[in-house]
Design a protein around this ligand. Structure first.
Ligand code: LLP
Length: 435
């Protein structure tokens, strides 16, 4: 049975695969803008003062981040290089939030130079930070315990099993040290979960955070300038699940912030969120091709989407919907693999696929926009894919495919190898010129 062509922003995946080759990341610009507007208007609808940052780690192509910055997003950076990405987008100072882990002196100095909002995840780092300088505005990433916010794919980012955030026991010490060092503008932060699917998780853990910070702020006599509840908004990787109700998230969070701030005698702070996945996750796709259909102990669809093209399934056992373009009807159980010499590269061990699937068919891995290309790597000499943006019915390349030259370009090579590489490149270009 012939199914309709899959389209991204109005362009068929077959045309995209033909024009740009596979494997290929494709993003739908309008979907990214919609995702931002939906969240931003939900938050603003329920709370007076809101800032939204984009966690650029989710997808760091500047053309993608630019779409969000144009909508009003700041950038949440995890490293000095991500600060530089944000600066390349025209952002500076407090439009950049800096949430790093195990920051070295160089990392700290880079943040101080850029004048970003420091979000410190370890009170132990403060001595080194204040020896180097003083941020004008900072927050602490607190680790509130989190019994009920685990998600199916990922372990929670808070609670005893997490490496992140400041233990409740050290919260007072952290803020006292900041105040003693003359920091005047303070906020509080948490990032307790990613891919959270229940709206109530957000209000629940926000309440816990305010119960922790409220008494500390009162005792030390400071007001919170902002409350950053992190990212973590989940998307329905499984089509049968409903999308997260972000209006409910905003409504419930706003209510708990008002209630808890009143209880603890705090002024209501500015509300900050810094999602990554929610903005770009469902706007991205990986296009590949069925290269082989191998019969044996099971039927294995060999594709050019490998564990290093999209790491999430193998890394987290994460589920992604996979569609075979133009195929429907009867299905049969099959495995799906990439081209890498690892058995884990069988990233789907069994799933129903259309029985009529054929070599050359275009495979579409859905919801690949977040933690997709950024987590790809070039194992087995299978190089990182190109990225294409579809906007207003047009497609354009926003990152070229890596080449063999890229693979060797960062190796520091002895003269004999360099000579051979030059010769091989000369032969290859000669062959190309000769047709
Ligand atoms: N803020 C901070 C401080 C973070 O560490 C993260 C993500 C975010 C915001 C954005 O979280 P999101 O809204 O995207 O959930 N590689 C994993 C996800 C790791 C998330 C790391 N931190 C995955 O593929 O599911």
């Amino acid at each position: 049975m012939q199914e309709a062509e899959i389209k991204i922003g109005g362009i068929s995946v077959r045309d995209l695969a033909e024009q740009y080759g596979t494997p290929l990341y494709v993003y739908d610009a309008e979907r990214i803008r919609d995702n931002f507007r939906r969240l931003s208007s939900a938050l603003r609808g329920h709370y007076p003062e809101v800032s939204v940052y984009y966690a650029i780690k989710a997808c760091n192509n500047l053309e993608i981040a630019k779409l969000l910055v144009e909508q009003g997003a700041g950038i949440d950076a995890a490293s000095p290089n991500e600060i530089r990405l944000a600066q390349a987008l025209g952002l500076s100072g407090e439009r950049i939030l800096y949430t790093g882990n195990s920051l070295s002196d160089d990392d700290l100095a880079a943040g101080l130079r850029a004048g970003v909002i420091f979000n410190v995840d370890d009170h132990g780092v403060l001595k080194r930070l204040f020896a180097l300088g003083r941020p004008r505005c900072m927050s602490f990433r607190i680790n509130p315990s989190s019994e009920d916010i685990a998600t199916p794919d990922l372990t929670p980012f808070a609670g005893p099993s997490a490496k992140f955030g400041i233990h409740p026991r050290f919260v007072e010490e952290a803020y006292r040290t900041a105040l003693e060092n003359g920091v005047e503008r303070l906020g509080v932060h948490m990032m307790p979960h990613s891919q959270a699917s229940k709206p109530e998780s957000f209000a629940h853990v926000t309440g816990k955070l305010l119960d922790l910070i409220g008494p500390v702020a009162r005792k030390l006599g400071f007001q919170l300038e902002f409350l950053d509840i992190g990212g973590g908004l989940g998307i329905p990787y499984r089509r049968e699940l409903p999308p997260l109700d972000v209006d409910a998230v905003a409504r419930e969070v706003a209510a708990v912030v008002r209630r808890k701030c009143a209880e603890h005698g705090l002024k209501t702070p500015r509300l900050v969120m810094e999602p990554g996945r929610y903005f770009v996750g469902d706007a991205g796709y990986v296009l590949g091709r069925v290269i082989s259909i191998k019969q044996g102990y099971r039927t294995i669809l060999g594709t050019d989407i490998s564990m290093n093209t999209m790491a999430r399934p193998v890394m987290y056992g994460a589920y992604h919907e996979v569609r075979i373009n133009g195929r429907g009807g009867q299905t049969a159980p099959m495995a799906m693999t990439g081209q890498v010499c690892e058995n884990t590269d069988m990233w789907i061990s069994e799933r129903e696929f259309p029985a009529e699937v054929a070599e050359g068919d275009v495979v579409v891995l859905m919801d690949a926009g977040a933690y997709g290309h950024v987590m790809s790597y070039d194992y087995n000499g299978r190089l990182r894919p190109a990225e294409v943006l579809v906007d207003g019915g047009q497609s354009r390349l926003i990152r070229r495919r890596d080449t063999f030259e890229d693979l060797v370009s960062r190796m520091c090579l002895s003269e004999d190898i360099q000579k051979r590489l030059r010769e091989a490149a000369g032969e290859a270009s000669g062959q190309a010129a000769g047709g």
